[in-house]
Every structure is written in C-alpha cells, then in structure tokens.
Design a protein. Sequence first.
Length: 151
Amino acid sequence: MPLIRSIINKLGLNRDNTDRHPIRVFLLDDDKRRHDWFNERFKGDYVAITDNVVDARRLLSQDSFDAIFLDHDLLPEHYNATSHDDERTGYAIATWLASNPQVQRASTILVHTRNADGAIRMVEELRRSGRTADYVPFPFLAEKIKRYWAR
C-alpha cells in the first residue's frame, strides 16, 4: 500500500487536502533564476525578494515573515572569493538579525547558499543569539520546503 500511495502522490493524483493558509516569505538572493524558483515554490504566498543587504534590512524591519531564506554570496566577486566581505553578503543580515532579537523573532531562517563556509558562519552567528537557523544547500531546498510548508 505505501508503494501505491507514493506513486499516486508522485503523479499528483492524491486527494488529500493539504491546503494551508498563505505564508509570508522573505528571500535574499542575487540569482534571478532563484527568484523565479522561489516564486513558483511559494505560489499563492506573499514573497518579498531582494538581492542586497540595504533593502533586506529595510524589508525585514518593516514587515513580518514566517520564513526567511538567506543566500551568502550576493555579488559575482563573492563567488570563489578567498576573503570575507561581511558587509555586502548574507552574513551582514545574519549578524544584523542576531543583534536585533526583536526583529523577525518567530521566523524560520534557512541559509540556502552553495557557499558552505559562509553558511556555517551565518548559522553559528544566528544560533549564538538564540535564534533557530539551519543550513540547507540549495540543491536540497525543495525537499525541505515540502516538509516545512506542504501544499
């Protein structure tokens, strides 16, 4: 029976009512293809997207989000860089959130960058401040989203 249910689910023929209320999603990422990817994954939800630290601080300060997705490398020169650019990467938002505990306190924070070293620094900073944050490499993010926010 589990095999049959799995096949039915994969074909999209299941009749389970998994509708949920719309959620509010924040995305910090410089890749326009990922913007489209997130909009598709969260179709029917409110999705706020930015590709820079200044706008990220503004959006996170003025609105409330259920889910926050953070990329680390936001500029082409960050890709494969050997030094840190903490003021213009997702790390700047992680440290800002860590130092402002009243902002987005109830949000689920997922760091989705391909930059594992940057992601670990971000998650450690957030966790040190008492926040719940996880690193999910982008190739595994779709599955994580399905488990957290099933439709």
